[in-house]
Structure formats: structure tokens, C-alpha cells
Design a binder for this molecule. Structure first.
Ligand code: M6R
Length: 608
């Protein structure tokens, strides 16, 4: 969603901020803006549309200055217009503010300000912040921000500059991510480390209800109650080139092709062949209670939810634990009684998804223990969970999640295997599973070598406007994930169904114009999938099938066949999902969609 980037240092800020905004483009946005400070002067500009539009607008403006703030906006209050784009300013144009999040009581605050004679230039919730800071400012910008924070309800990550405080930026957060970057002769702040990795890999995370004042030389953090905070820097393992296309036309394709490596990263140093057991250091703090755990509730949204759904089948296969999987966005409306020894596992690429964060807070309140499976180190969910496993998959930039999905499935398999070995699984079963997991990166490379034939299948069907995806058991969530991938980047309508449900309704849709993608590896439900495929063929529906190599029987009935290597049944989804990612990608490409930034979507959904 919205993105923040700030710089104060010994270099001109304009280019650094525009570059930083470009690194945040993937989050999804509809307008952008910048403010640069030079002594007591602040220049600013904003533009609707892409950052290139803002860049074009300011290209012939000098905008000298070594500190500044910049923002990408994803509209929540008011349309994407220049007037609603950030930065917002106070009446006298002394305070400039950028903001991520939602101020829930802004109407009340706005009304109060209007009765005092203030007028508003935008329809946003953010503008009240600029007015309040100006009112509370009597020479100390941190104090003015503190007093303002006390007035605000809702979520925010903000960055503020003031004409009378040159060379300083104040940032503050409650509920929206903000990270400080410690560079050479400079400090940065951003909503996302990818905006800063070109300048530094040393970061400090700001926590809720904290603020920081940055200058070129130093920074200091304090709480909203003015208590100073000492926090040491962390090193991020993301490289600047992780955020480059490296010859791929889109980040989504690059990330699909990174999967042998990201799955390898998920298992690196974690497989113990001798004991037939995975080693997961991040769960050490909770291991004693985790081994006693009898119930697991997995919470997540979107693609992470589908990973959790597959996870349920995997835990059921490998352990004796009861597992349920819940949409984080619905979780707080449920009246769930956690049995003793319940663990809640939150899955999230970004670690900032508002619904998932709210779900784990709710679970904590009700006494459940927490585990996070998160990609972004130091993110809110990772911190809140306290224990868990990092994906170590590098930044995922394409809005459509791909490499994190297979990484999540790998980690869930390791977690289930670990618990299973402490329940009933034998050493032989453990070693067999470890061996199969270890083989996955090589097998993923084999699936990726089919990219051209999958592109040819996409060419055949990309103009069809309705698709059905079918799978059973482990591959039922894969059918839903395949449909989600196609929908979000190609805007083709698609539905993912449990194949057994087909006769209960969706079969009415089957006709020669609607392709069905059936996921049918040789597993315990293979024969039933074959029957479903035959039922579709008898109604003249075209069928694309994902099968195991050498499946000659299915070739006779299906229209198009994608043959992938075989593995243990519970690991199949890590391989079967990849052709569906590629199919979605190629359909979207043939339709000339904006694949990495599909319409209306944001990479990280930080508002509820
Ligand atoms: O960062 P998270 O994993 O918590 O994000 C969850 C969903 O917002 C995300 O998976 C979304 O569904 C993607 N666009 C799917 O490709």
C-alpha cells in the first residue's frame, strides 16, 4: 500500500528519494509526492499516476536540499488526485507530512479544526496531522509530534519536516511499519527496507508508539511518553540487486524462477539426515510447549492462507495434532475457544498484513502461543509472534506472491515433520521425508524447464474469460491458489474448487469455452481426479492437466498435459503450483497486463 522514504545526509536528496520511491512501486500506489528542505525553505510537488510522472514534473526544478521526504499513495480517503497526494501541509506551509495508515478519528479532529477556522485542501485523513503538528509546535518538533500522536486514533507511519527545523526529520509509528537506515554520513527512514538497501544494510526498527528524530549525523528514538529508547542496529541480508530485474521482463517471472534457490534457502542447514529430523532454531524459545501442543490454528490471508490450507493436510498426515486454518480477516469475528496447548501459526510474506497482525493479537489475548512464518525480518508479525521461522527468500516484489508460497509450504513441511518425529513417525519415515525435501530444488528446476510449453498452452486459452481449477486433498488449495494467480494478474475470472464439489454445482458451467485446469499427480486421489476429468470431457470442456511424468493414461483424455516429477504425496503441492504460476503469468503477458502492479492491488495490505 502507501510507501514512505526519507533521507537526510551529505548528498542531494531529490535523486535518492525518487530512486527510493521506485523501489517501493511494487507495493501498489496511485499517486506520489516529494518535499525537499534546504535551510528554511521547503519545495514540494505531487503527481497522479506513476513515479515517472512525478519525476517528469520535477525534472526541470532544481529542488536543492540534503533532506526530504517522499511518498507513494494508495487511495483510502479521497480519490487519487494531486490534491489528495502526499505530502500534506499546514495552513502556513511550515509543516510537511507523509503518512501511511488510516486515522480513524480524523472526521472529529477535522470538525474541531474547522470550527477554529482551519480550512482543508484535501479530502484525506492525513491533513489533520499537519495542522495539529503546526498547532503544537513551539520550537520542539518531537514534542509537537508526540502531542499529535496522543490525539490520533488508528494506524500511522509518518514522516515530518518543519521549515524552522532544517536538517532534521521526525518519524513516528503506530501500526504501520517504519524502519530507520543508518548510512555513511546519512540517515534514512522507509516503510520498507527495499527503499534503502542501496545505501545501507544497517537498520533499526521503530516500534509502535515510538518516534525518532534523524539528522545526517545521528538519530534518537523515544516513546510517545518521551522515554528515550536505546536500540541496536540489525543487518539485513537483502542485496540491492535483489530488487533488480536482472534480465527478466517482470519481477513475477524472476521470482518464479528463483524458487529452486528460495526453497533451498528454506531448508539450508535445517535437514538432519542422521536423525531424520529438521532443525529449526527459531522455534527454540517455544519448543518445550510446542512439543506438547495438541491443536494448531493457522491464520493468514490470500496466498499465505492457501499455503496454510495445504499445511493443514500436511500436519494431519505427519502429526497427531488437530489443525484448523482460518482467514485472518474473519478470525476476530469468530468465537474461538482455544483448548490448552494451542499454537497459532501466522503465515505472512510481508509480516505487515493488518488482518493477520490483528488475528495474532486476538489469539495472544485468548492465551494461545504464537509462531510466525514470515519473510521480512523484523516485521511487525515476526516481532509480535516472538518465535518462528524466517523464509530467507529475499524481497518478493511482484504483487502476485509466488516464491514465498513454495517457501511457506517447505517450512510448514519441516515443522510438521519435526513434530511428527516427536509423535509417531519412525526414523525411516523421517529420513525418507528429509530426502524428498532435499530433492525439491532440483525438481523445481525441472518444472521450470517446461516454461515454453506452458506458454504455448497459455497462447491457446488466454482469450477464454472463465476458468475452473480443480484439485483434491493437498491439491485442493493449489486449485484455489491457481485461480487466484490467474485472477489477480490477468483479470480473467477463475474459480478454484475441490474436484469432489464439481458435481454439486460448477459442472453446470462446463462447456467448450471454459478451460478446466485439473491437478492430478499420481497420489491417493488420482483415480477420482481421472473420473472428474472424464466428466468434464464428456461435456466437451477443454482440460489442461498437471500430472506426473509418464502418465500415459491421462494423455488420452486431456487436451493439454503438463508433466512434472513425482515426490512424496504431501510435497506434491510445491511442484504442482509452479505450472499454475507460469500459466497465469503467460496469460497475463499475452493480455498485456501490468503484471507486477495489477490494478487495485497492493503488495502489502496494511489496512483492514
Ligand atoms: O504479506 P502476506 O503474505 O501476509 O500477504 C497476504 C496476501 O495479501 C497476499 O498473499 C496476496 O493475496 C497476494 N497478492 C497473492 O498473490
Amino acid at each position: 500500500m502507501c510507501g514512505i522514504v526519507c533521507y537526510v545526509g551529505d548528498k542531494q536528496a531529490k535523486g535518492i528519494l525518487i530512486e527510493g520511491l521506485k523501489q517501493l512501486e511494487y507495493r501498489g500506489y496511485d499517486s506520489a509526492g516529494i518535499a525537499i528542505q534546504n535551510g528554511n525553505a521547503i519545495q514540494f510537488d505531487r503527481a497522479v499516476g506513476r513515479i515517472s510522472e512525478l519525476e517528469r514534473k520535477i525534472s526541470d526544478r532544481a529542488m536543492q536540499g540534503k533532506s526530504g521526504i517522499a511518498h507513494t499513495r494508495w487511495a483510502t480517503h479521497g480519490e487519487p488526485t494531486e490534491a489528495n497526494a502526499h505530502p500534506h501541509r499546514d495552513r502556513d506551509e511550515r509543516v510537511f507530512v507523509i503518512h501511511n495508515g488510516i486515522i480513524e478519528n480524523y472526521r472529529l479532529l477535522k470538525k474541531r479544526l474547522e470550527t477554529k477556522g482551519y480550512s482543508f485542501r484535501s479530502e484525506t485523513d492525513t491533513e489533520v496531522i499537519a495542522h495539529l503538528i503546526a498547532i503544537y509546535f513551539h520550537g520542539d518538533l518531537c514534542e509537537a509530534v508526540r502531542k499529535t500522536m496522543i490525539q490520533l486514533e488508528g494506524t500511522f507511519g509518518i514522516a515530518v519536516i518543519h521549515r524552522d527545523v532544517p536538517g532534521k526529520i521526525v518519524v513516528a509509528r503506530r501500526g504501520s511499519p517504519l524502519v530507520i537506515g543508518v548510512g555513511e554520513n546519512c540517515h534514512l527512514a522507509a516503510s520498507d527496507v527495499s527503499a534503502m538497501v542501496r545505501h545501507t544494510n544497517k537498520v533499526v526498527h521503530l516500534l509502535d508508539n515510538e518516534l525518532a528524530i534523524l539528522s545526517a549525523e545521528d538519530f534518537s528514538i523515544s516513546t510517545v511518553q518521551a522515554t528515550p529508547i536505546e536500540r541496536s542496529t540489525e543487518i539485513v541480508d537483502w542485496q540491492a540487486e535483489d530488487a533488480e530485474l536482472n534480465g527478466f521482463p517482470h519481477f513475477m517471472l524472476k521470482e518464479i524462477f528463483e524458487q529452486p534457490e528460495t526453497v533451498r534457502n528454506a531448508i539450508r542447514g535445517r535437514l538432519d539426515y542422521a536423525e531424520g529430523i529438521p532443525r529449526l532454531g527459531g522455534i527454540a524459545p517455544v519448543w518445550d510447549s510446542l512439543k506438547q501442543c495438541r491443536h494448531i490454528v493457522i491464520v493468514a490471508c490470500g496466498t499465505s492462507y492457501y499455503a496454510g490450507y495445504v499445511g493443514r493436510y500436511i500436519f494431519e498426515k505427519l502429526t497427531d495434532i488437530d489443525v484448523s486454518v482460518e482467514l485472518a480477516s474473519e478470525f476476530r469475528y469468530r468465537r474461538i475457544n482455544f483448548a490448552p496447548n494451542t499454537f497459532v501459526i501466522a503465515l505472512s510474506q510481508s509480516g505487515e498484513t493488518a488482518d493477520t497482525l490483528a488475528a495474532i493479537r486476538e489469539a495472544k489475548r485468548k492465551g494461545a502461543s504464537l509462531l510466525g512464518v514470515v519473510n521480512v525480518v523484523g516485521s511487525s508479525i515476526a516481532r509480535e509472534a516472538g518465535a518462528g521461522v524466517y523464509n530467507h527468500a529475499g524481497p518478493e516484489i511482484g504483487v502476485a506472491s509466488t516464491k514465498i508460497f513454495t517457501s511457506q509450504l517447505t517450512i510448514l513441511s519441516l515443522l510438521a515433520l519435526l513434530l511428527g518425529r516427536h509423535h509417531s513417525l519412525s526414523l525411516t519415515e523421517g529420513v525418507e521425508a528429509i530426502r524428498a525435501i532435499d530433492a525439491l530444488p532440483g525438481q523445481i528446476s525441472k518444472v521450470l524447464s517446461l516454461a515454453h510449453s506452458i506458454e504455448a498452452i497459455a497462447e491457446k486459452y488466454y482469450l477464454k474469460s472463465n476458468w475452473l481449477f480443480l484439485g483434491r486433498k493437498y491439491n485442493y488449495p493449489i486449485a484455489m491458489e491457481g485461480a487466484l494467480k490467474l485472477k489477480e494478474i490477468s483479470y480473467i475470472h477463475a474459480e478454484g474448487y475441490a474436484a469432489g464439489e464439481m458435481k454439486h454445482g460448477p459442472i453446470a458451467l462446463v462447456n467448450p469455452e471454459m478451460p478446466t485446469v485439473a491437478i492430478a499427480p499420481k497420489d491417493s486421489v488420482y483415480e477420482k481426479m481421472v473420473s472428474n476429468i472424464q466428466e468434464i470431457k464428456s461435456r466437451r470442456g477443454p482440460v489442461i492437466v498437471v500430472v506426473n511424468q509418464g502418465d500415459e493414461d491421462i494423455k488420452e483424455i486431456a487436451d493439454d498435459v503438463i508433466e512434472i516429477p513425482g515426490t512424496l504425496e504431501f510435497l506434491n503441492p510445491i511442484l504442482t503450483v509452479i505450472p499454475l504460476q507460469l500459466l497465469a503469468y503467460y496469460c497475463a503477458r499475452l493480455l498485456h497486463r501490468d503484471i507486477d502492479k495489477p490494478r487495485n492491488l497492493a503488495k502489502s495490505v496494511t489496512v483492514e
